[in-house]
Design a protein around this ligand. Structure first.
Ligand SMILES: [Zn+2]
Length: 223
């Protein structure tokens, strides 16, 4: 095999990893070739510090994943919607989890109107969230504002998931499917449930309002 400068280490790591997995669970890979049956669909940030499978300690085949800058769910994003449709209709996942994280670069750029390039147009969706909650955000201590916006963004994007035709059609046909919003703390490695949990369309409004109220309570001036 020709050595790839700078990348050989990754290929060596891969060989060791595959050997270790196969030794621990003989037939693991051949089993995965036949089928995947994940119960969870993770929509997270592309940030390298937030590796989906690692954070929840799930093996290949157990978590279906879509990641983009600042874990945004846009109604016209065919990439995210296609992954969601496959997860929902074909794999029949039981849970869709939107996962944001503290100190998110995309969220900070949105909050501070920081220009980063083409991604500004993408981050614009997070600025819509910022603008929707602008008067409350101004009451939050400046050093906590980015993390507050991160949580608001998760709640809003989870609501967006509920409003997709993919999820609404699944609920319409009686499929068991719940949408959730979580946030990951880079500083402690812990995931928190924001209780934006919706398993039927009628519950979306109430869950949204109570999740927002909880975010506001956590970040209130005295908190
Ligand atoms: Zn991020």
């Amino acid at each position: 095999m020709t050595a790839v400068p700078g990348l050989q280490e990754l290929l060596d790591n891969n060989r060791r990893w595959a050997k270790k997995v196969e030794a621990a669970r003989p037939g693991f890979f051949t089993g995965l070739v036949r089928q995947q049956a994940p119960k969870y669909f993770w929509i997270g940030c592309a940030d390298s510090r937030v590796p989906a499978n690692d954070l929840v300690d799930l093996a290949p085949g157990e978590l279906f994943v879509h990641r983009n800058v600042a874990n945004v769910v846009v109604h016209s994003d065919l990439n995210c919607l296609s992954v969601m449709q496959f997860a929902t209709d074909v794999l029949q996942v039981a849970h869709i989890i939107v996962v944001g994280h503290s100190r998110c670069g995309g969220v900070i750029a949105a909050l501070e109107d920081r220009r980063v390039g083409l991604a500004d147009n993408w981050i614009r969706h997070v600025q819509d969230v910022r603008n929707r909650h602008a008067s409350w955000l101004e009451t939050v201590a400046s050093e906590r504002r980015a993390d507050a916006l991160c949580e608001l963004n998760v709640v809003e994007q989870a609501l967006n998931v509920c409003q997709t035709t993919v999820v609404q059609d699944a609920w319409e046909r009686g499929q068991e499917l719940a949408v959730h919003g979580w946030v990951y703390g880079l500083q402690d490695g812990l995931l928190q449930d924001l209780h934006m949990t919706v398993s039927r369309l009628d519950d979306a409004g109430v869950a949204y309002e109570s999740a927002l109220a909880a975010v506001r309570a956590r970040y209130s001036a005295t908190g």
